[in-house]
Design a protein around this ligand. Structure first.
Ligand SMILES: [Zn+2]
Length: 225
């Protein structure tokens, strides 16, 4: 079973028309110390998956908030950060590759529809949120740092996961659903807004955050490394 899709994508007009009043906060490195509740996935597997070496930086307020999320998780549960700030060149690479794949799956779809379909999973570069330093991809791990089963692999596409990557997907194991709810509660408590098409993707400060929080403007625009 797949859930009805009623959420705006990052490329929809209602998101893109939101103004940006960038507050100029710097990108800062997330700090993961031994035994701390927050982990950074610097594994070769994650580097291979991403196709570049992530440097795990966020705007300073977002970085403080993500540390607070990790600290507030239930005992024995740790926050595992997969990706944070993403350079624009990487965003272009991801989007072009995914658009080509969708074009192959939907040869009769026009360019506008393809762009919106793609935007559920990979933002067009001009709409991207990771390039603002406010978006972050996270999952949960156990006390030993082993990734927990969240119902799909991190970064599983809608095509691969049959839409189980949508945060509200119902046809996943009850334990995974409970873990998603745990993550949702912890992230929302610190002011993050989820991208409903990806349980792991969260925004603070960018346009999607502004939309979700009812703010008149985003506080983070695209930033250069
Ligand atoms: Zn993401």
């Amino acid at each position: 079973m797949t859930i009805a899709v009623t959420f705006p994508t990052v490329a929809d007009d209602c998101i893109q028309q939101i103004p940006v009043h960038d507050n100029g906060e710097p990108l800062v490195a997330l700090i993961a110390e031994a035994g701390a509740p927050m982990l950074l996935d610097e594994s070769p597997q994650n580097v291979a998956h991403l196709g570049y070496v992530p440097d795990f930086r966020l705007r300073s307020s977002a970085a403080q908030r993500i540390a607070a999320v990790a600290a507030a998780l239930p005992p024995g549960t740790r926050l595992l950060v997969k990706e944070a700030y993403r350079p624009l060149a990487i965003q272009h690479r991801y989007f072009d590759r995914y658009l080509a794949k969708l074009r192959g799956l939907h040869p009769d779809m026009d360019a506008t529809a393809l762009r919106l379909l793609a935007a559920r999973f990979i933002a067009p570069p001009d709409c991207a949120t990771h390039v603002t330093g406010g978006a972050v991809d996270v999952t949960l791990a156990d006390a030993a740092g082993r990734e927990l089963d969240m119902g799909t692999a991190y970064d599983a596409s809608p095509e691969v996961s049959q839409n189980r990557c949508f945060t509200g997907a119902e046809d996943i194991p009850a334990a995974a659903r409970a873990l998603r709810q745990c993550l949702v509660g912890a992230m929302q408590a610190q002011g993050f807004v989820n991208y409903p098409y990806e349980w792991w993707h969260w925004s603070f400060g960018d346009k999607y955050w502004a939309h979700g929080m009812g703010e008149a403007a985003a506080i983070y625009g695209r930033c250069e490394a």
